[in-house]
Design a protein around this ligand. Sequence first.
Ligand SMILES: [Fe+2]
Length: 230
Amino acid sequence: MSRDYQKLKALEDFRVLDAPQLLPCPPPPLPPTEEQMILRMLVRPKYGPFHIPPSLAWLEDTIRDMAALDHSLTGIGHSWCYVTVRHGPVTTKTDDEWHFDGASFRTTLIPERNYVWVDHTPFQYKLGAVEFPHDFDPNKHNLFTYADQVTKDSPIFTTWARSWYLINPFCLHRRDPNTPKDRPRTFIRISFPDIEGRDVNNTHNPLLPTPAWGRDPVRDFRNQLKDYDA
Ligand SMILES: [Fe+2]
């Protein structure tokens, strides 16, 4: 994969889809025995130290290792860092749909990096070329459904379980729709965006001030996008 992570993301970057990048990293430590559901918890502001709460103490070394790896892969030393852990029954629905991580165009940004690991039933991805019509506007049209539609004849690839991957915004992926709902699953995502999340749905980090934001980007932005009518 040859992406310049220091170059601002543009629609033309999505013309060629990327595969997830398999990383030679050791597995994370064993998670706690009880269920854990942490959604995009802020653990490091862009300029500042880590604030790892007790609930994520088991993952602290991995979080720090991934931050060092991200720095060496991208040359970017200062990023926000968010952690998601879903350790228990599979309950969320939208991950089953084809999507890009960090593909919003509301703000012009460098590409976000997401480092993911799952213990079983790993995620799927598609490759291919995506041509955009001149009037395609990612702030009006749904990039996810458009990319899914134009790659509908592309083969579906599956990643390896128990392996670390780097997913960049140009990787069209989804959770396997046949992921068993009754079998506990451990999913870990360590994200490095260049912008603060400010999402009301994020799990609060008790070591950091309570956020005053009431933003819900999925409801207020993503769900307002229209499918592009070819
Ligand atoms: Fe994703």
